[in-house]
Every structure is written in structure tokens, then in C-alpha cells.
Design a protein around this ligand. Structure first.
Ligand SMILES: Cc1ncc(COP(=O)(O)O)c(C=O)c1O
Length: 424
């Protein structure tokens, strides 16, 4: 990407001066062409199931890469028992649910997954959604109305924020993970019907919500909280019950939201809460009732994942061990890993967005598959690669990845004066 092109971002083309919504803005079209080489890193095509090693389709054939982009954190996407369960469901229940869960889309498999998730979360009731994003959107829109105030961590995922816009609530952001800022925002909206929205583990930063501090503030205001555990459920907590379990906060969190796409390596989402609240969301979260239920094979796979994780708890332990190793090795190279304390590890480049894309290509050419995350998804001076560590990355693979980073990323960053001093 040229320096000129890197001065623009997707944030610049939201409003259009074209005559018709069917005609994208001319300057957007030109910018996309100018940046085509850089952004060809996006929408890569994989030739096999997402795993620690993959083959990527290239213009000339296929390339073997160490995959640190996919978020199947527990390495379950190729698990034989999970695949067998999905295949059996295809035989027993067919390819699709052929109906919304309210009308006809629920199967005995579906009901069994609700019960298992209820046991795992510790909440009495669970609502399943056919999309993680859609479920979050539906919950936010279903809970919050015009006149309500949603008090939202500044780095919360866009799915909740979009849902809040649909519902029409006022959105009041507070500084990321700051109990002091939360207190101020709650005080500023005293008297309104309020609900706090946070992620359990932040998907671009890899840090955990400081639930003990945030919930103490929430309680002092008498305000409830929803925690989106898309990236933490099954990986955090002794039994996989997420950051809520990790901090022992089950009784204090009104809604625990999770997805089945990340650690579960399936697809879909769920909300866990009291029986009455789930029953309310059943009819007011439109992304539950006005869309087809999850396909039976996906339901069966998610259910099998829960069974597998009853015994294969080593996956969780290995994930955390791998994450700690990879992160500390990066830091010892002087690389900025932001606030990460988990298996989501930012490799921060900074504000030089042209360099981000150049490095993205070079890392891939050397066999490391990490995808750039650019503004406006992260702050303008925080462009980065997001590395996802999984339980199945062996020490040898992590060392190979680190060697590529040392050979490619470190010298380029040092040349631009962007590297921190090496940790001793
Ligand atoms: C915090 C959070 N919530 C919701 C979602 C949406 O989940 P899904 O990818 O399953 O649609 C994501 C996706 O990355 C996420 O990070």
C-alpha cells in the first residue's frame, strides 16, 4: 500500500456522495483498487480444516503455513468424536432445521444442547442462536429500548453495539476496563434504566474484563451486567465456564453470552440467564424467533464438544501454557503485545499502516499466517497482527513462528525505530 493510500481507511467512506445507494462512492472504489495488493491478505482461502498448519490457496497453487489466525482455540475442529456426532446428526435429522425454533426448528438434539449449556454455565435457562453475531445483536436489541442507557466498554464487540442501535437505547461508552470510568458514566446517567455490556476476553487485545472491580461498581449503582464470552467460554474457568467462572462471578452476572464458533469450532451463539429473562428474550430477541434454527449437524457437534471437554481438559491447560510461552517469547524480542494476558496475542505495529501490510505479505511468504487488524477496528496508532494461539500448536511450531517473526518482523520494525528495547 502506498503512503498516500495508507492515509485513508474504511472510516472515510461510510457516508457516500454518489447519486444512488447502489453506486459505491467513487473515491472508495479507487482506494480499494489502490490498496488491492495490501488487502489481498484478507479473505484468504484455506484448503483444509483450520488447524495449526494449513494450506492456503495462492495464485500459483498452495502454500503451507503455520496458522495463527483461526480461533479454534482448543483444537477441536478435526476431533473425530465431534465429526462423528455431526455425521450421525446428518443421517438422523437431515441437513437443516427447516424452521425457526419457535415454530418447528427444535429437535431433541437441540433441546439436549440447551440442557448441557445450562449445566455448564450454571444458569437455569439457555437460548440458542444460529449465529454468534446475530445472537449478540438480538440480545442487545431485545433487552434495551429507547430511553434506556447501555453502558458499554469502549472495546466491546460490534455485534452488541449494533444490537443496541437497533433497539434504540442511548449508548454511553466507558473507558476500556476502567472501574473509575464506569462509575462516572453510571453516575452521569443516574435514574435511567441502565445495563452494562462488557466482553469477557477482548477479541483484539486478549485481556480479560476486570469483572471483580467492574461488578463492585455496578452493584454500588444497583445496575446489572451482560458479559459476552465469545472468546473466553470453554477456555477460561476451571470447567470452561468462562471469565465469569474464572472470577467466581456467576451469581452477579445477569446474562452470560457465548458463541459456538470459537473454542467450540462449530457456529452459533447462546445466552444464559434466569428462566424468566430467557423466556422474555425468546420473543423479543428477533434473531432467535425470526430465523431458522441451527442446522442439526452443528447442534450435534457443539454438544459433542461439551462431552469431549469433560475428559480432555488437557486442551485448556495446554492452551494457556502455549499462550504464556508465545507471549513471553514475543516480549523478549521487544515486541509490543499490548495488554494481552491470554491466547489472543496482538503483535502491534503501531500507526505505520503501510508497514503492517508489507509485513503481512512478508510473514506469509515465510510461512506464517497472521492477519492484519487495521483502523477502525483498532485505534489508529494500534494497527497490529492478531495471533491466535491454540492448544494444538506444538512447541516446535511456536518456535518456528517466533523464528519467522524474528527474521522478518523484528528487523523491519527496528529499522523504523518501532521496536521496544529487548527485555532482559
Ligand atoms: C466478543 C464477540 N462477540 C460476538 C462475536 C460474533 O461471533 P460469531 O463469529 O460466532 O458470529 C464475536 C466474533 O468474533 C466476538 O468477538
Amino acid at each position: 500500500m502506498s503512503w498516500e493510500a495508507s492515509q485513508f481507511s474504511l472510516a472515510d467512506f461510510y457516508y457516500s456522495d454518489s447519486d444512488s445507494p447502489l453506486t459505491p462512492p467513487a473515491d472508495y472504489v479507487a482506494w480499494r483498487r489502490d490498496t488491492a495488493w495490501a488487502t489481498s491478505l484478507y479473505e484468504p482461502v484455506l484448503c483444509d480444516p483450520a488447524g495449526p498448519i494449513n494450506r492456503l490457496r495462492t495464485a500459483t497453487g498452495e502454500q503451507r503455513v503455520i496458522n495463527m489466525t483461526s480461533y479454534g482455540y482448543l483444537g477441536l475442529v478435526r476431533h473425530p468424536k465431534v465429526i462423528a456426532a455431526a455425521k450421525q446428526a446428518l443421517d438422523d435429522y437431515g441437513t437443516g432445521a427447516c424452521g425457526s425454533p419457535i415454530l418447528s426448528g427444535k429437535s431433541t438434539l437441540y433441546q439436549a444442547l440447551e440442557i448441557k449449556l445450562s449445566a455448564l454455565t450454571g444458569y437455569p435457562a439457555v437460548l440458542l442462536f444460529n449465529s454468534g453475531f446475530g445472537g449478540a445483536l438480538g440480545c442487545a436489541a431485545g433487552l434495551m429500548r429507547k430511553g434506556d442507557v447501555a453502558v458499554v466498554d469502549a472495546r466491546a464487540h460490534i455485534s452488541m453495539v449494533d444490537g443496541l442501535k437497533v433497539g434504540g437505547a442511548k449508548i454511553a461508552f466507558f473507558e476500556h476496563n476502567s472501574a473509575r470510568a464506569l462509575d462516572e458514566v453510571l453516575s452521569a446517567h443516574n435514574g435511567a434504566r441502565r445495563l452494562i455490556f462488557v466482553d469477557g476476553l477482548y477479541s483484539m487485545d486478549g485481556d480479560l474484563a476486570d469483572l471483580p472491580a467492574l461488578i463492585a461498581v455496578a452493584e454500588s449503582h444497583g445496575v446489572g451486567i451482560l458479559v459476552d464470552e465469545a472468546h473466553s467460554f470453554l477456555c477460561c474457568g476451571n470447567t470452561g465456564g468462562g471469565v465469569v467462572e474464572h472470577f467466581g462471578m456467576r451469581a452477579k452476572v445477569g446474562v452470560q453470552y457465548g458463541t459456538l464458533s470459537k473454542a467450540f469450532s462449530c457456529g452459533g451463539g447462546f445466552a444464559a440467564a434466569s428462566t424468566d429473562l430467557i423466556d422474555y428474550l425468546r420473543f423479543y430477541a428477533n434473531t432467535y424467533g425470526f430465523t431458522c434454527a441451527m442446522p442439526p449437524s452443528v447442534v450435534a457437534a457443539a454438544s459433542a464438544v461439551i462431552d469431549v471437554m469433560q475428559t480432555e481438559t488437557w486442551r485448556r491447560a495446554q492452551l494457556w501454557e502455549n499462550a504464556a510461552y508465545f507471549r513471553t517469547q514475543l516480549q523478549s524480542l521487544g515486541i509490543n503485545t499490548g495488554e494481552s494476558t491470554s491466547y489472543v496475542v496482538p503483535i502491534v505495529v503501531g500507526e505505520n499502516r503501510a508497514l503492517l501490510y508489507q509485513l503481512g505479505h512478508q510473514l506469509r511468504e515465510h510461512g506464517l499466517f497472521v492477519t492484519p487488524v487495521d483502523y477502525p477496528t483498532v485505534a489508529l496508532d494500534q494497527a497490529r497482527f492478531r495471533a491466535s494461539v491454540t492448544a494444538l500448536h506444538t512447541r516446535a511450531l511456536l518456535d518456528q513462528a517466533l523464528q519467522i517473526i524474528e527474521d522478518v518482523f523484528v528487523p523491519a520494525m527496528r529499522e523504523k525505530g518501532l521496536l521496544r528495547a529487548r527485555a532482559m
